[in-house]
Design a binder for this molecule. Structure first.
Ligand SMILES: CC(C)(COP(=O)(O)OP(=O)(O)OC[C@H]1O[C@@H](n2cnc3c(N)ncnc32)[C@H](O)[C@@H]1OP(=O)(O)O)[C@@H](O)C(=O)NCCC(=O)NCCS
Length: 187
């Protein structure tokens, strides 16, 4: 796994998540408003048993970034490529802006753009995808804005806090990303 470096955007930067972030991340994820749309596939939600959030920086098949406001160097969320499949050249995307007051200001799409530059440029992946609850309209809109397209709807609803939820699958191919690494002939 190539070591991820800091990725610099206009208002945000992404830097690898470290142990120093875990307390803050745990606080975000246990907040019911922040966590209500997060999918179990993340496997990141801290548990009463002590938390699995350490996987954010130890998982060997993922790259996990803190989203940092460049002004003031304040971490405001996390985003991740997880379950990277180096044979199929795919990965799943996850994102949380943990600071609720900053929702709706375009930070999610900006962080996703940096993450996708990394996925399709540095890592050379060919496709990324994600799962999102059909009721999470804000997230769906944010994903559409960076170019994700609707690929399907899962027939089997997953359970969230005891209720069924419809899950959409959205995907984005490298061909649709301007900064994607060009496929080598014969690759
Ligand atoms: C999903 C998330 C990453 C999006 O990031 P963001 O910075 O808030 O995204 P944006 O600012 O681009 O807002 C997205 C769109 O939602 C719209 N929106 C704002 N408030 C909304 C609301 N209450 N309900 C529905 N849509 C809303 C915005 O208008 C914007 O669309 P527009 O630019 O066409 O006007 C962020 O809100 C978040 O972390 N939410 C909680 C965790 C989560 O749901 N993660 C995704 C799990 S799959």
């Amino acid at each position: 796994m190539p070591q991820a470096e800091e990725l610099i955007g206009e208002r945000l930067s992404l830097r690898p998540v470290g142990p120093e972030d875990l307390g803050r991340v745990q606080q975000w994820l246990v907040d019911r408003e922040v966590g209500r749309y997060l999918l179990p596939v993340w496997s990141l939600l801290p548990t009463a048993r002590g938390g699995r959030v350490e996987r954010l920086y130890t998982a060997p098949d993922g790259v996990h970034f803190a989203i940092v406001l460049r002004r003031g160097s304040r971490p405001i969320g996390i985003c991740t490529l997880f379950g990277i499949d180096w044979i199929g050249e795919t990965a799943e995307v996850g994102i949380v802006i943990g600071e609720k007051a900053l929702w709706g200001q375009g930070y999610g799409p900006e962080a996703l753009s940096l993450l996708l530059d990394h996925a399709f440029g540095t890592l050379g992946l060919r496709r990324v995808f994600l799962h999102v609850q059909a009721s999470n309209t804000r997230a769906i809109r944010a994903y559409e804005k960076v170019g994700f397209v609707h690929e399907g709807r899962l027939r089997i609803a997953q359970l969230f806090f005891g209720k069924g939820a419809e899950i959409l699958v959205m995907g984005l191919r490298a061909e649709a990303w301007p900064g994607a690494r060009t496929m080598e002939v014969g690759a």
